[in-house]
Design a protein around this ligand. Structure first.
Ligand code: 26Q
Length: 794
């Protein structure tokens, strides 16, 4: 960066934008006006590096990375930009001089929730790391008018309301009306002079909206390019004139709905027509844009794989294979085999889940109706793959009149990756075992990571101060430097400072919980946090059953030496996910009963703030003592929250699942609370007839907990009959089988927490050994093993 702006510079810029961009005098300005003025002042500082970065990549003919994702869960931008541009402490001073409350300004920004959970947040962390590493890249997504729904609780039950972050000016984006592409749907395929010509029956315009993503240090920014759908009104004027009014009005109706709302399901594939259209809309717009830029710079299509690397974030954009082949064949005249080879050398696919219900499949009927040309090409790809590999009959893309998007993505990719070591092994051994045998070496691992700028430097200033004072600031861009803390773990002075930093965060959170929920969270209690989407396999049920059993134990011995605990939950359920919703209801019912119980209230409190989102995570994670990562082994692909907690000095109670395995190895098994069946044991247990009932009968604590629910001690028993029935008779995620081990391990946590010196030592070692989980490391891995790209040196 040229030179860091002073508080004075910033104040002047803010006042300039308040007047000239917002059109307000300071005496009339609201918090909103000020926030926009501050955002524009900050944005001004990103634009120079952004334009320079784009120019540098073009001038050097650099290979670009394109990250295609239906979700980017970015959260708020302002605070992160201030950190990455290194505007602290000048910005703080400037705001104070203007008589403004920095926190209030930051909190005024809506949390951009253009994603459901882990996959979307990973995409946002990757964008930040790509910029911090100066790797030329674009993120491509959809500019949803409505992000993930807002959650509230009524009588303890989840209620969804639309989210409307775009109902106000969005100061970070630049609309590019000159970068617009036509996206077709439906219609039919004709053959003209031996070449296929797709005549779409309807179409929309994809318009680019760019947001700069500034990297650490503020000298490089890449673009997040989100597509908004607009009608092709003018283009269909002939139809209108011909009197076909309904058809002429169609584009407008379609366009209005296409980029209107994010699908709120994570992991349950919904098979809806609009979803398929959204996926194609993103993919086609991105590929047209990529080819336009490539052809302008290089001209020769043979160079495509040397200049372009495309990453598919799960199968959601997997139509990219057929679409790229279509563009190369139908628009550029390449023969199929050449188009196929170029596409495969350019595309890569990341798998994020093994759950069967999450694997995308589309009926050939729907695919053929919405994308008739693509259905033909999919069939060509499948036939070609069969003919060139002599694969077994059960392997392939099209089966039983369904298009299997995972197989399609695999076959059309140069590299396929899983997101943790265990997950990648399972990808190789289970869902893609056959394809792996046919294409050994194609599957690689890239364990997830998270950006330490947002998840440590920005969200945990008290710990950041301690880290900076102890080991310097280098960790921010080289997280392995946290290793330097190991030497201090046995230093009582350092441990006290670490404890003080954590305590400050707990007090801050405690005040918030009291104000929002009326829950009294004693900052000296264990802050035990489980925050993630509500899903059966994540086993929030196991956690709340443990709370009930503990509550009963405290009642049995009210004068016992119980370790005070505050259990904090956060997370949304997909609107149609009945079972997950009933767990939310149960947690709220249990909280209401337990929190007001005078016998136990000083030992156990439960807090479930509604509408968990990125901003809430930024408050909860720094204040956590204990991180709950308790999924049934083999089900959580990686997890990324688990990494954020570790970096922030929480200890983990967890199963050997996803990246927990690697966290435990790195921090040391003695600094991690492990429990539960392994993935292999879990698979065997599940196959055992009557496993649930047997486990419940064998566990007095669990039996009592279930009994209390059935007796109606927490709200109406009838609300929970299905949940209870499933737990007794089916329990597919082995809550009962793992219960006793979990309960016992929680009591180990109680004892460990009482030994503050030892606990703080373990916390220090968790932080010190968390460097591996920086998304910088992950992105370097993709650049080396998958994309074959280099950073642009300054
Ligand atoms: C698919 C079709 C139709 C509608 C929705 C979907 C859909 C949407 C989102 C399917 C899946 C998702 C999200 C999956 C996800 O977030 N997976 C998580 O990815 C993280 C990043 O790799 C991992 O850390 C988590 O373990 C994994 O659950």
């Amino acid at each position: 960066m040229t030179h860091a702006p002073s508080a004075q510079d910033l104040r002047e810029k803010i006042l300039y934008h308040l007047t000239h961009t917002q059109g307000r005098g300071p005496e009339f300005a609201t918090v909103f006006d000020w926030r926009l003025a501050v955002s524009f002042a900050v944005r001004d500082l990103m634009v120079g590096p952004w334009v320079d970065a784009i120019r540098a990549a073009r001038d050097q003919g650099a290979k670009r990375v394109y990250y295609l994702s239906m979700e980017f869960l970015i959260g708020r931008i302002l605070g992160d930009a201030i950190i990455n541009l290194r505007l602290e402490p000048a910005m703080g001073e400037a705001l104070t001089q203007l008589g403004l409350d920095e926190q209030e300004i930051l909190d005024n920004e809506p949390d951009a929730a253009l994603g459901n959970g882990g996959l979307g947040r990973l995409a946002a962390c990757f964008m930040e790391s790509l910029s911090s590493l100066r790797c030329p890249a674009f993120g491509y997504g959809i500019r949803y008018e409505h992000g993930l729904f807002r959650q509230s609780f009524e009588n303890g039950q989840q209620v969804e309301r639309p989210e409307d972050w775009l109902n106000q000016p969005h100061p970070w984006e630049f609309v590019r009306i000159d970068y617009s592409y036509r996206i077709g749907f439906k219609g039919h395929v004709e053959t003209v002079d031996g070449r296929a010509v797709w005549q779409p029956g309807e179409s929309v315009i994809a318009r680019a909206y760019d947001t700069p993503v500034i990297g650490w240090g503020g000298d490089w920014a890449n673009s997040l390019r989100l597509w908004g759908a607009h009608p092709t009104t003018l283009l269909d004027l002939p139809r209108f004139n011909a009197g076909d009014y309904t058809a002429a009005a169609e584009p407008e109706a379609l366009a209005r709905t296409l980029s209107r709302v994010l699908y709120p399901d994570d992991t349950t594939e919904s098979g809806k027509e609009l979803r398929l259209k959204q996926e194609y809309f993103l993919t086609s717009a991105a590929l047209q844009d990529i080819l336009r830029r490539f052809l302008a710079e290089h001209g020769d299509l043979d160079l495509l794989p040397q200049k372009v690397a495309i990453q598919l974030n799960d199968t959601h954009p997997a139509i990219a294979g057929p679409e790229l082949i279509r563009l190369l064949m139908d628009d550029h005249g390449l023969p199929f085999a050449r188009a196929r080879d170029l596409a495969r050398a350019t595309l890569n696919y990341t798998n994020h889940t093994l759950l069967p219900e999450a694997l995308e499949r589309w009926s050939t009927w729907l695919m053929g109706r919405i994308l008739p040309r693509h259905m033909q090409i999919i069939q060509m790809i499948d036939d070609d793959h069969r003919d060139t590999t002599n694969r077994p009959a059960h392997v392939g893309i099209v089966h039983n009149d369904q298009v299997h998007m995972g197989e399609l993505a695999f076959i059309m990719s140069g590299k396929v990756n899983g997101v943790s070591a265990l997950h990648t092994d399972l990808v190789r051994d289970t869902v893609f075992a056959d394809l792996h045998k046919l294409h050994p070496g194609r599957i690689v691992n890239q364990t997830n990571g998270v950006t330490p700028r947002r998840w440590l430097r920005m969200s945990n200033p008290s710990l950041t101060r301690l880290l900076d004072d102890t080991i310097g600031t280098g960790w921010t861009s080289d997280l392995d430097q946290l290793k330097g803390l190991e030497a201090h773990a046995d230093d009582a002075g350092f441990r006290d400072s670490l404890r003080a930093a954590k305590r400050a965060n707990k007090i801050w959170l405690s005040n918030g919980l009291l104000a929002d929920l009326g829950v009294k969270a004693d900052p000296d209690a264990i802050f035990d946090v489980q925050i993630k989407r509500m899903h059966e396999y994540k086993r929030q049920l196991l956690n709340i059953l443990e709370a009930i059993a503990l509550w009963q134990r405290i009642h049995d011995d009210p004068n016992g030496n119980w370790a005070p605990r505050v259990k904090i939950f956060g997370g949304k359920a997909a609107p149609g996910y009945w079972l997950a919703k009933s767990v939310i209801h149960l947690i709220n019912d249990v909280a209401a009963t337990i929190n007001s119980d005078p016998v136990t209230s000083k030992f156990l409190q439960i807090a479930y703030p509604s509408n968990y989102n990125v901003s809430m995570a930024e408050d909860l994670i720094p204040a956590a003592d204990l991180s709950e990562q308790i999924s049934t082994a083999g089900k959580e692909a990686s997890g990324t929250g688990n990494m954020k907690f570790t970096m922030n000095g929480a200890l983990t109670i967890g199963t050997l699942d996803g990246a927990n395995v690697e966290i435990r190895e790195l921090v040391g098994p003695e600094n991690f609370f492990l429990f539960g069946l392994t993935a292999d044991e879990a698979a065997a247990e599940k196959a055992r007839h009557g496993h649930a009932r047997a486990a419940i009968e064998a566990s007095e604590d669990l039996k009592v907990a279930l009994q209390l629910i059935a007796e109606g001690r927490f709200g109406r028993a009838e609300s929970y009959y299905s949940l209870l029935d499933r737990t007794w008779n089916d329990d597919p995620f082995l809550v009962a089988s793992d219960f006793d081990a979990y309960f016992a391990t929680q009591r180990k946590v109680d004892r460990a927490f009482a030994d503050t010196a030892d606990w703080d030592r373990m916390a220090a070692l968790n932080i010190a050994r968390s460097g591996f989980f920086s998304s910088d490391r992950t992105i370097r891995g993709y650049m080396r093993d998958i994309w074959d790209t280099q950073a642009i040196t300054a």
